[in-house]
Design a protein around this ligand. Structure first.
Ligand code: GLY
Length: 430
């Protein structure tokens, strides 16, 4: 059985998915639309944008694609899965109503409230005056969240009234996020370690994946502005088996049951961004797709057949009770271009990749790369993720940073403390 697969998207997450799918004995042809220069070494690139849903469906029909795997959230929220399903195409990714868990934060809060899922207290507003009055009454710290998709820029953790007010003005008075910011949630500020837990969902079935830890800020010590993610590791030592089971029982199970109760046949990834507060785990947000860079730390560890899992979920079939993972951890370090996250630079020549991937256990996933003549060049803010498997966090970190040191491009920046606390925890245990 050789299955032809199309991956939709163009980042490090999609490169990691492509790499995972290539390990399956059942894989036939592997396409990626639109992909990037690195993905082009591992899959056949198709020049169709990730938001050109009809173009993608036409391609899948014409080529007889057996499974389409959707990476980014925007086409899911636009209803790509509904359109594919209506055309008889098998797709991994939730239908539009399921994707609303990510596409509308107030919808997600409604589902969580109905399902009894632990999350922060929040109130929705549709105008500046009433939001501002609530802000005055409740004070800071407070989190201001644009309701819809805002390319990762719609959330402000405000420490002062002025900061919160500025965020409200951007949404309501300056229309910075368009419709995505015309409803705003004001939410209590949760304090604790942030952990990502993703599950593959097949209708009413839930297959939780290994936990992962993302680093959102640009600089070491969690300083500086937020980014799309500067690094990741998996597993997460602070996520004990008991805590993991609690989150599956109190978050994933009731959310999927509530979706079923509403008639939503969710087939895709449910990703819970969790805060481990002193009062227990709380959901910070739901996403309805694989995380980036979480996927670059999860796929190198996955020992189960990724294609079999995604295909089973896309068809609403049985899932195994647990996936199989490497014993050792994976550490992924993101290399970003000059000016990121405020801006990004393009066209700088990247050197040293072959030496980096020659290191044992090291894989390099491309996010923003392109070909310029014969040169591999930067083409965006986040450029590469250097991921390494090791027998311990110390070894995985050492290998990942050895790989980073071998790669060179003008203006390159990365954090030096990815998975440091996991390594220090290991030393503490020894
Ligand atoms: N790691 C954050 C995200 O994928 O949204």
């Amino acid at each position: 059985m050789a299955l032809d697969v199309l991956v939709v998207g163009s980042g490090g997450r999609e490169h990691a998915l492509v790499t995972g799918l290539r390990r399956s004995p059942d894989l036939g042809r592997l396409f990626c639309a639109p992909g990037n220069a690195g993905i082009g070494r591992d899959a056949i690139l198709v020049p169709i944008a990730a938001d050109d849903i009809r173009g993608l469906a036409d391609f899948a029909e014409r080529e007889g694609i057996d499974l389409t795997v959707v990476g980014p959230e925007a086409p899911l929220v636009e209803g790509i899965a509904d359109i594919f399903e209506a055309r008889g195409l098998t797709v991994f990714g939730p239908v539009q109503e399921g994707a609303l868990l990510e596409g509308s934060k107030s919808f997600a809060k409604g589902v969580m409230a109905a399902a009894g899922v632990p999350t922060g207290r929040a109130a929705p507003f549709n105008d500046y005056d009433s939001a501002h009055a609530y802000l005055r009454e409740h004070g800071v710290p407070i989190v201001v969240k644009a309701d819809g998709l805002a390319a990762g820029k719609g959330v402000t953790v405000a420490q002062t009234i002025a900061e919160a007010d500025e965020a409200l003005r951007e949404c309501f008075l300056e229309d910075r996020f368009g419709v995505a910011g015309r409803t705003v949630l004001l939410e209590e500020c949760l304090v604790g370690e942030e952990v990502s837990l993703l599950a593959i969902v097949s209708g009413g079935r839930v297959l939780p994946l290994a936990p992962a830890q993302d680093y959102k800020r640009i600089f070491d010590g969690d300083k500086g502005p937020n980014t799309g993610g500067m690094g990741c590791y998996s597993p997460v030592p602070s996520m004990t088996p008991a805590l993991y089971d609690e989150i599956v029982r109190t978050v994933f199970r009731p959310t999927v049951d509530e979706l079923q109760r509403r008639g939503v046949d969710f087939r895709g990834v449910l990703y819970a961004g969790m805060i481990l507060t002193a009062d227990g785990p709380r959901v910070l947000e739901f996403n309805t797709r694989f995380g980036d860079p979480e996927t670059q730390a999860l796929i190198p560890r996955l020992r189960s057949d990724l294609l079999a899992l995604l295909r089973a979920a896309a068809r609403g079939e049985e899932l195994p009770e647990a996936a199989e993972w490497s014993e050792g951890p994976c550490v992924g370090v993101v290399m970003a271009s000059r000016g990121y996250p405020a801006s990004s630079s393009k066209g700088d020549v990247i050197r040293g990749l072959d030496q980096a991937v020659a290191l044992p256990g090291v894989e390099v996933f491309h996010s923003g790369t392109a070909l310029n003549g014969g040169d591999l060049v930067t083409d965006g803010g986040r450029v590469l993720t250097v991921s390494a498997l090791g027998s311990s966090f110390a070894e995985a970190r050492r290998l990942a940073y050895q790989g980073v040191a071998l790669i060179d491009f003008e203006g390159s920046q990365h954090r030096t403390d990815i998975a440091l606390r996991a390594e220090l925890g290991e030393e503490g245990e020894a």
